[in-house]
Design a protein around this ligand. Structure first.
Ligand code: ZN
Ligand code: MN
Length: 493
């Protein structure tokens, strides 16, 4: 009998709104001293009333629109009751049967094939406080510290359908989701920082069967790698159990021990009834007009997968380079600005033939990815204008400066904000193609390296590369390498 895995994910995403979900406390997400962003509402004092955060609701709907989901016309919050020290009210305001967002789809590219994975729903809730279990010299401390800064911050929960079959697919889904959340600007979705946290549900079934058996929920996975590892371990564990005693017979919740690479039993999971859900009496039901929801749908920018496809199709960028751009939106924006400047560049300095445009676009992509990845970063000033960069690309393409001095020119452009033509002239970096100059340099180099010349004449052609390096160094990187090689070969023949 062949078994297959059935995997579904529940993904909690911290929204980066300015304030918390139901009060006006700052949503600082761990950047302030403990318990400084709190008030009677998020501390759960009796008699306080929650006021929903409009932006958080809008962003949940925006996420739904980006994932092709149905946006609900009517929605409400519910109370989910359970007791835990990090939950001051004794219940969480969440959503039960009328989430803001219904079913949808996310497209994944797995081994070159596109696969659509179902989204079950997206709801909005409040996060709990953060517990810390300190350790002392003699082991675990006898107390727990609680930071309520996180209590009541907006938390969006995205639930997928159990459409995933492998740990790798689960990882790809999370990576794609992270890109989408960043592109629409609702969360930084950094798993290591807890901004995106994943619970993975997994069960097995006979291949081809549609039957679902009780699942295991692996809680709080906080990196792509852990999701993959935890699922692989759990599939293996369940396979062994199935082989001796058949499918699991009850739901359970497990944790993942990253050090040991294993999952372990935490508790038998509550059923929905144990949470005693009921409509939140302090917040009225929401109704949304179709116009308002159409506006949300219309406001979705080009998504990463579409952008990637467009870069490959329109600009001829390779799959790998397109992915790098999609993962760094600032770099992608700069590239697009440079491409449009290249198209407009036609002054007395450079003349561009339309047939050169595809080559120029590709060269621009290469130079940007090689030279600017550490220069164009969020929160960092960039002095290089797209127009000046476009000019640099043309100068390199037309052989007027050498590839070996590009980083020097870019450094000067970053420092001064100047244009490459002036910088090259000031630094004396124009490519030397003047024959007599080059011949002199080659002659000098040959004279100074008689032993290498002997070896080359004896058939060790690698010596030519060495001599070429010497000539290039003498010229300060400005010699035209093709010319140098040609002259060297003639002289040594
Ligand atoms: Zn508060
Ligand atoms: Mn939740």
């Amino acid at each position: 009998m062949k078994l297959e895995a059935v995997i579904g994910l529940e993904i909690h995403v911290q929204l980066k709104t300015k304030s918390k979900m139901f009060c006006s406390c700052a949503n600082i997400l761990g950047e302030a001293p403990p318990n400084t962003a709190i008030c009677p509402i998020c501390m759960g004092y009796p008699g306080t009333l929650p006021v929903p955060n409009k932006t958080a609701i809008e962003w949940t709907q925006k996420t739904g629109a980006a994932l092709d989901c149905v946006l609900a016309l009517e929605s409400k919050f519910d109370r989910k009751s359970y007791f835990y020290p990090d939950l001051p009210k004794g219940y969480q305001i969440s959503q039960y049967d009328q989430p803001f967002v219904g079913s949808g789809l996310i497209d994944l590219v797995v081994d070159g094939q596109t696969r659509a994975i179902g989204i079950e729903r997206i709801h909005l809730e409040e996060d709990a406080a953060k517990n810390t279990h300190p350790s002392t010299n003699s082991g675990q401390a006898s107390y727990t510290l609680i930071d309520f800064n996180r209590a009541g911050t907006p938390l969006m929960e995205i639930v997928t359908k159990p459409d995933l079959c492998t740990p790798n697919e689960a990882k790809i889904l999370l990576q794609e989701l992270q890109r989408i959340l960043r592109a629409i600007g609702v969360s930084d979705a950094d798993m290591e920082k807890g901004q995106m946290r994943c619970d993975a549900n997994v069960s097995l079934r006979e291949q081809g069967s549609r039957k679902l058996h009780p699942k295991t929920e692996i809680k709080n996975l906080n990196s792509f790698r852990f999701v993959e590892k935890a699922l692989a371990y759990e599939i293996d564990r369940q396979t062994k159990i199935w082989q001796t005693s058949g499918p699991l017979n009850k739901l359970s919740t497990r944790g993942f021990d990253a050090k040991k690479g294993i999952t372990y039993e935490q508790r038998t999971k509550e059923e929905a009834a144990d949470y005693r859900y009921f409509p939140e009496p302090d917040i009225p039901t929401f109704t949304f007009s179709t116009d308002y929801l159409a506006g949300i749908n219309a406001g979705i920018p080009e998504l990463p997968s579409a952008k990637k496809a467009r870069f490959m199709r329109q600009l001829g960028v390779s799959d790998q380079h397109a992915q790098l751009f999609v993962d760094k939106p600032l770099l992608a924006n700069f590239y697009e600005a440079v491409v449009s400047e290249i198209q407009q560049l036609d002054n007395d300095l450079v003349e561009i033939n339309p047939s050169e445009l595809p080559g120029l676009n590709l060269l621009a992509a290469k130079i940007i990815l090689r030279q600017l990845r550490e220069q164009i970063l969020p929160g960092q000033k960039n002095n290089i204008s797209p127009a000046n960069f476009a000019e640099l690309v043309v100068l390199v393409y037309q052989g007027r400066i050498n590839k070996s001095v590009i980083s020097q020119v870019i450094e000067a452009m970053q420092k001064t904000g100047g244009d490459p033509d002036h910088i090259i002239q000031n630094l004396g970096l124009s490519q030397v193609s003047d024959m007599s100059d080059l011949e002199n340099l080659v002659n000098q180099t040959i004279e100074q390296n008689p032993d290498v010349v002997v070896k080359i004449k004896a058939g060790k052609s690698r010596g030519i590369q060495y001599l070429m390096g010497q000539v290039m160094a003498k010229s300060g990187g400005t010699a035209n390498p093709e010319e140098v090689l040609r002259i060297l070969k003639t002289k040594l023949a």
